[in-house]
Design a protein around this ligand. Structure first.
Ligand SMILES: [Zn+2]
Length: 81
């Protein structure tokens, strides 16, 4: 199951909730995805990111299996002059 999120320039939230209702402490950290891209000046990138949360199963837990597909386009300001 894929979850697509679209954000406009500076309105990127740092975190997106996991779609799994049973998921505990799940979600996706967008800053973690974007930060290396911005450092490397990458303009377009598609990829997958796994949820870091877990589900409670009886007395134990198991890792959340949710994945999100992301597609980012970053526009960098040209330095003028
Ligand atoms: Zn999750």
């Amino acid at each position: 199951m894929n979850t697509d999120h679209f954000f406009i320039h500076d309105r990127v939230p740092s975190r997106v909730e996991c779609g799994n209702r049973e998921c505990v402490r799940g979600g996706y950290n967008l800053i973690e995805i974007l930060d290396p891209l911005i450092r490397a000046r990458i303009e377009e990138k598609e990829g997958h990111v796994a949820c870091r949360g877990y589900e409670k199963i009886g007395v134990g837990t198991r890792s959340c299996v949710m994945m999100a597909t992301y597609k980012v386009k970053i526009k960098y300001k040209q330095s003028e002059g």
